[in-house]
Design a protein. Structure first.
Length: 246
């Protein structure tokens, strides 16, 4: 483990100057497996699970293209274009994340839980543990890191490329010493993996609507809303994934 950490440190030192100018775009495949998710929900009856799986079970999952653009000072993330969606209509509504690495703040603009939210707050990276495993993704040797989301009850496994030393990634994953090229939740219930990396200034920069319309909340307020929504769904014996991004 110590040798692995020394290797990361050496890579970061030798690529430090290059990191100042790293700019690029990553296309990800966001793939969700509802059969695995529903089978794991203890508050649903077996009859409800069977009915949902009959309608929505798919061994290949339901997928969407996502796009991440990154610079030394920020990252932007939203749906890919053109959309390639084989899932529910709510997944193609507003979903945008901007991480400002210089000011250590973020903006999230998204349709969740039946409403549009504008979330602004300070960046707080997940608590990652770097593991002694590596894998190749698109020609980049990636290291494994694990974390947890206690509110959603999720185990997160990420793979980051230390030769691309920018601390960002897809969805709400960031804070590792390298670009996150893949991650999964709860052993494959959700899998997000890079399909293409293009270095250089993106041809078209991701842009938000000029006027943001929605309920403005802090990060803490939003997490409280998520926790309440999940608890209410459990008490009502509903699957919270219907209204909240997994």
């Amino acid at each position: 483990m110590k040798s692995i950490l020394k290797t990361i440190a050496l890579i970061l030192i030798t690529t430090g100057l290059r990191a100042q100018n790293i700019v690029g775009e990553v296309e990800y495949r966001y793939k969700i497996f509802y059969d695995k998710i529903y089978s794991s929900l203890p508050h649903l009856t077996q009859q409800e699970k069977d009915r949902i799986l009959l309608s929505w079970g798919n061994p290949e999952g339901y997928s969407t293209r996502m796009k991440l653009q990154f610079w030394p000072e920020k990252s932007l993330y939203t749906y890919g274009a053109p959309y390639e969606v084989r899932s529910y209509s709510w997944q193609v509504e507003d979903y945008f994340i901007e991480n400002n690495l210089e000011e250590q703040t973020y903006l999230k603009y998204m349709d969740q839980m039946g409403k549009t939210y504008i979330v602004r707050d300070s960046l707080a990276a997940p608590k990652w543990r770097v593991m002694n495993e590596i894998r190749d993704i698109l020609g980049h040797m990636c290291m494994k890191a694990v974390s947890e989301d206690s509110i959603k009850g999720q185990k997160i496994t990420a793979w980051f490329a230390s030769d691309i030393p920018v601390p960002v990634g897809p969805e709400e994953q960031f804070g590792l010493p390298g670009l996150i090229l893949a991650y999964d939740i709860n052993d494959g219930m959700l899998v997000v993996e890079a399909e293409k990396i293009t270095f250089g200034e993106p041809a078209e920069i991701i842009a938000l609507p000029k006027k943001l319309k929605g309920r403005e909340v802090s990060g803490t307020e939003y997490q409280d809303l998520v926790q309440d929504f999940i608890q209410t769904s459990i008490e009502s014996k509903r699957a919270w994934v219907w209204g909240l991004r997994y």
